[in-house]
Ligand binder design. Structure first.
Ligand code: COA
Ligand code: ZN
Length: 316
C-alpha cells in the first residue's frame, strides 16, 4: 500500500499529442520502462476513431505487443461503446470514458453535447456489464477551465457529477484541468466540495496540465483537500489536440520527487523512472516539461536520503 497513487498517463495523453508517428515498438519500450520503475497503473493508449488522433491507431497492436503485465493495471481511453468493445476484446483491465464539463469542449472532443455523453455512458456501461467486470474511470475534462468558454461554473460540475453517480456509484472520477489554467484555490475548494457531496459514492482523482506552471501547486491543493490519486505524464509529455494552447501534463517525475521529499511513498523508483524519461525525451517533436530530471542525479538522490527505492529496485 502506497501513501499516494500516481497514475501514469504519458503513453496516452502525452503520446497522443506527438505529431510525428511513433513506432509501436517504441511506445511499448516506454511502457515497459515505466512498469520497470514501479508504475502500477497506466494509460497505455486509446480506442478512438483513427481519424480523430492517428497517433493512437495502433492501439490493438500495441496492447498485443505488451501482453499481460503483472503488477500493472493497463488502462485505455474510449470515447464510445465501440471503443469499449475494442478494449474488452484486447483484454484491457480498465477503461476511461471522458466527459467534458463544458459543452463547447465536449463538442470539440467527441462531437456531441455533454448531456448526450451522459446517455452514451449509460449505454456503454450496459455493454461493459454484459461482457463482465471491467474497472471504470470517468475523466471529467474541463472541470475548472474550458479553452472556449473560460472558467467552468462549479454548479455545472457538481450537477454533472450528480448525474454520473445517479448512473453508477463507486466509479473513479477524475477532476481534470485539461487546459492547465486552474489555480490552487479553485482546485482546493472544488475538490473539497466534491468530496463532501459525493465522497461516499465515488472516488476522486486529479489530472492536471501545466500550462500556467501551477500544476504542482494544484496537486498539493488537491492533496490537502483529501485526494490521494494523481495523474502525471512522463517528462511532462503532452498537450491536448482538442484544447488549443494547453501544454503537457504535470511531469510524473516531479510528483514522485515531491511526494518522496515529503515522506509520502509512491511505490515508484525515481532512478529507474528517470531512465524511462529518456525514452519519452527521444520522441521527435514531443513537447516536454518538468524539473526533477534537470537536477543532477547525485544531488537529487542525496536529497532523498535513500528513502523510497520503490517496487522497481525491489523487483530486480
Ligand atoms: N474506434 C474506432 N473507430 C471509431 C470509433 C472507435 N471507438 N468510434 C467511431 N469510429 C469510426 C466510425 O466507425 C466511423 O468510421 P467510418 O467513417 O469509416 O464509417 C467514424 O469513426 C465516424 O464515426 P461517428 O460515430 O460518426 O463519430 P464522429 O465522427 O462523430 O466522431 C468520436 C466521434 C468520438 C468517435 C471521435 O471524435 C473520437 O474518436 N474522438 C476521440 C477524441 C479523443 O481521444 N480526445 C482526447 C482525449 S480527451
Ligand atoms: Zn489531459
Amino acid at each position: 500500500m502506497t501513501d499516494v497513487e500516481i497514475v501514469e498517463v504519458g503513453p496516452r495523453d502525452g503520446v497522443q499529442s506527438v505529431p510525428t508517428w511513433i513506432e509501436t515498438e517504441r511506445k511499448a519500450e516506454l511502457i515497459h520502462a515505466l512498469a520497470r520503475a514501479g508504475v502500477g497503473r497506466m494509460e497505455v493508449g486509446s480506442f478512438i476513431s483513427p481519424k480523430a488522433i492517428p497517433q493512437m491507431k495502433d492501439a490493438e497492436d500495441l496492447v498485443a505487443m505488451l501482453g499481460p503485465m503483472p503488477g500493472v493495471r493497463r488502462m485505455t481511453l474510449v470515447p464510445n461503446t465501440k471503443g469499449a468493445i475494442r478494449a474488452i476484446d484486447a483484454g484491457i483491465e480498465e477503461i476511461i470514458f471522458v466527459i467534458s464539463m463544458s459543452d463547447a469542449h465536449n463538442m470539440s472532443n467527441v462531437r456531441r453535447p455533454t448531456a448526450q455523453s451522459m446517455d452514451d455512458l449509460q449505454s456503454l456501461l450496459e455493454e461493459v456489464d454484459a461482457e463482465g467486470c471491467l474497472k471504470m474511470r470517468i475523466g471529467l475534462a474541463t472541470t475548472f477551465d474550458c479553452p472556449f468558454d473560460g472558467r467552468v461554473p462549479e454548479r455545472d460540475v457538481l450537477d454533472n457529477i450528480e448525474r454520473i453517480v445517479s448512473i453508477r456509484q463507486g466509479m473513479e472520477l477524475v477532476l481534470s484541468d485539461t487546459t492547465g489554467m486552474a489555480t490552487p484555490d479553485h482546485v482546493r475548494a472544488l475538490t473539497a466540495e466534491c468530496l463532501k457531496s459525493f465522497g461516499d459514492v465515488a472516488t476522486f482523482a486529479f489530472h492536471g496540465h501545466d500550462t500556467a506552471g501551477f500544476c504542482v501547486a494544484n496537486v498539493l491543493a488537491g492533496l490537502e483537500a483529501g485526494l490521494r490519486i494523481f495523474d502525471g505524464s512522463v517528462a511532462g509529455l503532452g498537450g491536448c489536440p482538442f484544447a488549443p494552447g494547453a501544454t503537457g501534463n504535470v511531469a510524473t517525475e516531479d510528483l514522485i520527487y515531491l511526494f518522496h521529499r515529503m515522506g509520502l511513498d509512491t511505490g515508484i523508483d525515481i532512478g529507474l523512472y528517470l531512465e524511462a524519461c529518456e525514452i519519452a525525451l527521444s520522441f521527435p517533436d514531443g513537447a516536454t516539461g518538468g524539473h526533477a530530471r534537470i537536477i543532477p542525479l547525485k544531488r537529487l538522490m542525496e536529497s532523498l536520503d535513500g528513502k523510497f527505492r520503490g517496487r522497481g529496485i525491489a523487483a530486480e
